[in-house]
Design a protein around this ligand. Structure first.
Ligand SMILES: [Zn+2]
Ligand SMILES: [Zn+2]
Length: 261
């Protein structure tokens, strides 16, 4: 099994080498490091990057050297990937960066909604329900645009809004159908993401009802633990394996996805 979505100290995760060693201990055949990257020209994005101190757009070459070095020492495949913040307004900048950087593959994410990170509870808490429902509509519109852009091999955590209790429960069958339709016509595949499975949220992304719709539509999925620390990898891998078993599914291999591109 491969984990196509994990983080290192080149964004908000633990030391790359620790993550690789943990992947080997977890019995993985490979791990892909999709560190966060944002190339938005907007000043808020720039401030955010400066405040948090990670800029994979500036450090990916250094990380690539680290990945090449660690590949010599371990018996797992290590992929040089990226998790890009996606916004329809920045498609040209994203495409140009991805072209230049030449990652093994790219993961695309809608993390931002209404000028805030989806996780920021305070931003959404006091809005009336009608407005929050409309924002969930916006989220799924962005996600459909991400899938249609075909800029990415993988669309990350396709119902990230569920992590925020103020946005949770507003996703509809219509949203799911629109996303499934987009995936059917795209090289991009969704992932089963275990990022919050074992803590507060307690579900995979996509949620069981959403994954049912995708599977019904014949969409293949890949898998990612979205781990930020070494201890998270093995338990999340076990849960993903159990879920695939329960559903009688196999995760699509990335070489198959990339080949189709
Ligand atoms: Zn993400
Ligand atoms: Zn991530």
């Amino acid at each position: 099994m491969y984990d196509y979505h994990a983080h290192t100290n080149y964004s908000d995760g633990a030391f790359l080498r620790w993550m690789v060693e943990a992947a080997a201990d977890a019995g993985l055949d490979g791990i892909g490091f999709a560190d966060h990257c944002n190339v938005s020209p907007e000043s808020t994005a720039r401030r955010y990057k400066r405040a948090f101190g990670f800029n994979l757009d500036l450090t990916y070459e250094r990380r690539r050297e680290a990945i090449e070095a660690v590949r010599e020492d371990v018996d797992v495949d290590v992929f040089d990937a990226v998790e890009m913040d996606y916004d329809p307004a920045h498609e040209a900048a994203i495409a140009e960066f991805l072209d230049d950087a030449g990652f093994d593959y790219a993961v695309g994410s809608v993390h931002e909604l209404d000028g805030a990170n989806v996780h920021t509870r305070s931003h959404f808490a006091d809005k009336p329900e009608s407005e929050r429902r409309e924002l969930v509509d916006r989220y799924f519109e962005k996600l459909v645009a991400l899938v249609e852009s075909e800029l990415f091999a993988i669309a990350a955590h396709p119902d990230l809004i569920e992590r925020n209790p103020h946005l949770r429960g507003f996703a509809t069958e219509d949203h799911y159908a629109a996303v499934a339709d987009a995936f059917r016509n795209s090289r991009t595949v969704p992932e089963i993401n275990a990022g919050r499975l074992l803590d507060d949220y307690g579900e995979f992304h996509p949620s069981p009802a959403f994954l049912d719709r995708l599977v019904d539509a014949g969409i293949e999925v890949t898998v990612g633990t979205d781990s930020h620390d070494p201890d998270a990898i093995a338990p999340r891998v076990r849960e993903i394996e159990a879920e695939l078993d329960r559903r009688g599914m196999e995760a699509v291999r990335l070489d198959q996805v990339v080949e189709r591109a």
